[in-house]
Design a protein around this ligand. Sequence first.
Ligand code: CDP
Length: 230
Amino acid sequence: MKKITIAIDGFSSTGKSTVAKRIAKHLGYVYVDSGAMYRAVTYYAMQQGFIDSNHFNIEGLVENLKAITISFKFNNALGFAEVYLNGINIENDIRTLEVSSFVSKVAEISEVRQKLVEQQQQLGKDGGVVMDGRDIGTVVFPDAELKLFLTASPENRAKRRFDELVKRGDRVLYDEVLKNVEERDYIDSHRKDSPLVKAEDAIEIDNSNMSKEEQFHIVLGLVDKRINSI
Ligand code: CDP
């Protein structure tokens, strides 16, 4: 059976990675979390002192992009690939609200995007990939056979992200999570390079009132239909 490319884009915390991971597992495809790559660069910038709440040394980061190697290694116990920065597993470190508070500023930089998009295209060059992010259907894989665009109300999304962070043991307030979700939505949709927009041929799914199970079956139905149409 032909292996297609599935691009899933959408606003922050719309459950893209949850459904993408499950679809990839079901089909035996590779799942790539492109957001994890932007988070990894952000984590690097924080470690090197290029970014904090008072300043952002963009030139410093851009000059050092060559020193950043991002890789993914499949974790059998978890059932998905974890992200590594220069050989070190940073899967947990990149999910904090602090990284979330800087990541959209880092993702605005064209040099950062160029580096990561190139790697993403390389990872998906043989098809059989499910990739989620903001510009997958528009920039990374404009020819993807199936493009989805996920949305949900900001309050729903903030609640989901808040629950995730609390479950991890992070001490966060719902209001600051909501503020972060709204800020990232704004920056991601208004940046010059590769803004978050729905690709013309993407199918929009509002999952505000959908369970993870319902969403999985809806997406799986769309995948089957698309594969059978080829
Ligand atoms: O998990 P969540 O939806 O909150 O975000 P993510 O997928 O981990 O992405 C984190 C951030 O990386 C986004 O808010 C964007 O600023 C940036 N990003 C991007 O610019 N392009 C992508 N393809 C993926 C993420």
